[in-house]
Design a protein around this ligand. Structure first.
Ligand SMILES: CC(C)(COP(=O)(O)OP(=O)(O)OC[C@H]1O[C@@H](n2cnc3c(N)ncnc32)[C@H](O)[C@@H]1OP(=O)(O)O)[C@@H](O)C(=O)NCCC(=O)NCCS
Length: 175
């Protein structure tokens, strides 16, 4: 898939360094409860993702975001579609030096096109830490509706945090 500045494509093993640059940047990933990943685990993850057939696959389907002007992977957008499901849960992450330039907004708009136009899904959700202002803004710009505010629902670094769930229906995206 292609936008003005980006290509969304299958991940490949050549993405390894760029993938690790954001996946293991724990300060940048502070709003997500994820542990760092080893290089071996990252290699097998990318190899598995490379083989996915995005028009029919289920599970986590990741797209590498390639910045056209630099021909390199700067981050990812992805969607989790449960086996046989017609709904999906979306997410995004960028290398910190490429953040704040509108790339995540541009990539996530295209992800919605994929989810609704290609996969014909009924509904998409996205979840985030209520303090993750950039993610909240992306969800709002995508036309998603805040459907849940879960107060002190996750514990991170010993503190309870609030989380939001946003959603959009296929007919809302079409309109
Ligand atoms: C979330 C993330 C992908 C956003 O990437 P990005 O490329 O900086 O996003 P964009 O440049 O498209 O900006 C999105 C919007 O958020 C706004 N924004 C960015 N940082 C912000 C902040 N700290 N506070 C408030 N708004 C912010 C931008 O101004 C923009 O809104 P606008 O178009 O109205 O100006 C990036 O911060 C990231 O990778 N974070 C780490 C991983 C993560 O938290 N992923 C999401 C898990 S739910």
């Amino acid at each position: 898939m292609e936008t003005d500045n980006l290509i969304l494509r299958r991940p490949r093993i050549e993405d390894l360094d760029d993938f690790l640059a954001y996946r293991n940047a724990l300060e940048s990933m502070k709003f997500q409860s994820i542990a760092s990943i080893s290089e071996d685990a990252a290699v097998s993850f990318l190899e598995k993702q490379e083989k996915i057939e995005p028009e029919t696959a289920f599970g986590w389907i990741m797209f590498s975001i390639e910045l056209k002007s630099e021909s390199r992977m700067i981050g990812e957008v992805g969607i989790f579609i449960p086996e046989g499901g017609v709904q999906g849960d979306i997410g995004w992450s960028l290398q910190s030096r490429y953040q704040g330039r509108g790339h995540a907004s541009e990539a996530s708009r295209e992800l919605l096109n994929y989810a609704f136009a290609v996969r014909k899904l009924h509904r998409l959700t996205a979840n985030c830490d209520a303090n993750n202002r950039a993610s909240v803004r992306i969800m709002e710009k995508l036309g998603m509706r805040r459907e849940g505010h879960f107060v002190k629902s996750q514990k991170r670094d010993g503190e309870w945090i609030d989380c939001y769930t946003y959603a959009i229906l296929r007919e809302e995206w079409r309109a």
